[in-house]
Design a protein around this ligand. Structure first.
Ligand SMILES: [Fe+2]
Length: 474
């Protein structure tokens, strides 16, 4: 009994199991949702968001990133809305439910010697649309899980006809022009990174391994019309991690490097060095003359989070309270030099763009404003215009926090911002959630629709807009 009480005390110290982060107990379907305002009739598809939702109270140290994946979606058609939430049924989730999963979370010792699989693959991090269906992706690099964009039914792990040689990381991406899936993965074992291309027809087209000086912890990648841009960041696994296979990382005294890799799978990696920095999320990248231009959120020292009230979770709390500013890196393929330039001083992360601009020069981005609190909360949305340098801000009411937005192009859209942005919001006091929808051309005017959801949607990770025009079987 003492152990149970001890674990309950430990769980109560973890802020990412309480309040707006607490898991929900049910998978729900709600086909008629009340709305304040008017849902635009000129979008058709699903706003879908992935995130952690532990199905049982943790029995050990628990990282926010460990929770079982749960997808939440609102399907919109002709001004009407449906809500669903479903667990992401990865193989480890299925095994765990059956009591046969032998691996746990990142704060527990990993159990398998030199194995590609040392932690429970929850596929809880990211969600993208490829080949007419969703794929749930995991940040440690795992097996993508195919999911129906309307029903959220999981259709099993995707191996691309058994040809996927390794794993796939979150933030692998779909090229909107070719329909190709551009993927990367990283690992504790050598070679420490790989990347490849799966065609719009779901067949593996190319695959290559990338040599690094050692295992790294990247989080994202970028692509242009002809290249991948892979990240070698100065966050590395400690000696202890390598010896004992535990999740233990440190900041190393070394530059940040970007590896520009031909998408064709032929040709060498060209590496570019820049000042040491960590980047969780890329905004976009494109080609411009001799240069590859990448926009992303560059981490800066965190001054707002104090984790001391959270006991053994102090470090986790302080690391998760993101602090980043938008930055541009220009890599010159001829000279081999990289120039970095901070674009703004507003603290923001979880950037989103109109996905049809992916790999080409984009004008706009929608970035979540990070609240100056101990845990990760989004208190507003910045819309950046990179052509004029302007930004506009929508600020939530006090006590209301958003999630990553997705951009939904209006049917018949002409301009890059001709459409809507959408995200889930939580009112901390009432523990209720809404899907809010803004006209992307005027977010400062506030939402055009607030769709009231039947239950709270816990704070989570990444979202996408799955346009119904791209679904299989329509
Ligand atoms: Fe991410």
């Amino acid at each position: 009994m003492a152990a149970v009480a001890e674990q309950q005390t430990l769980n109560s110290k973890n802020p990412y199991l309480q309040g707006m982060y607490a898991p929900v107990a049910h998978e729900a379907t709600c086909l008629e949702l009340p709305v304040t305002g008017e849902i635009p009739a000129d979008i058709h598809g699903s706003y879908v968001r992935n995130g952690p939702n532990p199905q049982r109270a943790p029995g050990a140290m628990h990282h926010w990133f460990d929770g079982d994946g749960m997808m939440h979606a609102v399907y919109l058609e002709n001004g009407r809305a449906e809500y669903r939430n479903r667990y992401v049924r990865s193989q480890d989730f299925i095994d765990d439910t059956a009591g046969t999963c032998r691996v746990g979370g990142v704060m527990e010792p990993a159990t398998l010697e030199r194995s590609p699989k040392v932690y429970k693959d929850t596929a809880n991090t990211d969600v993208i649309l490829h080949n007419g269906q969703l794929m749930a992706l995991w940040y440690i690099s795992g097996h993508p899980v195919r999911i129906d964009p309307r029903t959220l039914e999981a259709m099993g792990e995707e191996s691309f006809g058994g040809k996927l040689p390794r794993h796939v990381s979150a933030h692998s991406k779909t090229d909107p022009r070719t329909g190709e899936f551009l993927f990367f993965d990283y690992a504790l074992y050598e070679p420490n990174m790989s990347c490849g291309v799966v065609g719009a027809n779901n067949e593996l087209q190319s695959f290559q391994t990338i040599d690094l000086p050692g295992p790294r912890l990247p989080h994202d990648m970028a692509f242009t019309e002809n290249y991948f841009v892979l990240h070698d960041l100065p966050v590395v696994f400690t000696e202890q991690a390598l010896r004992h296979h535990q999740w233990s990382i440190e900041v190393a005294d070394q530059p940040t490097r970007f590896g520009v890799v031909p998408r064709s799978g032929r040709g060498n990696v060209q590496w570019f060095e820049t000042d040491p920095c960590y980047i969780y999320h890329v905004i976009n990248a494109w080609e411009e003359g001799d240069e590859i231009v990448m926009l992303g959120c560059k981490m800066v020292p965190n001054t707002h989070a104090d984790g001391s009230a959270f006991g053994p979770y102090k470090n986790m709390v302080e690391v998760l309270a993101l602090n980043a500013v938008p930055c541009e890196w220009r890599m010159n393929l001829r000279t081999g030099k990289c120039r970095a330039r901070v674009l703004d001083d507003a603290i923001g992360e979880f950037p989103a763009i109109n996905l049809s601009a992916g790999g080409l020069r984009n004008r706009y981005a929608y970035v979540q404003s990070i609240a100056p609190e101990n845990t990760l909360k989004f208190d507003g949305i910045y819309k950046y215009d990179f052509f004029t340098g302007d930004k506009t801000l929508y600020r939530y009411e006090k006590g209301v926090f958003g999630s990553e937005v997705a951009f939904a192009p209006r049917i018949g859209a002409v301009d890059e911002d001709d459409g809507y942005i959408l995200c889930f919001c939580i009112d901390e006091a009432s523990q209720t959630s809404e899907l809010r929808i803004w006209n992307a051309k005027a977010i400062e005017d506030g939402p055009v629709a607030r769709v009231h959801l039947p239950e709270r949607v816990p704070a989570g990770f990444h979202a996408t807009w799955a346009d119904a025009s791209e679904w299989v079987g329509r």
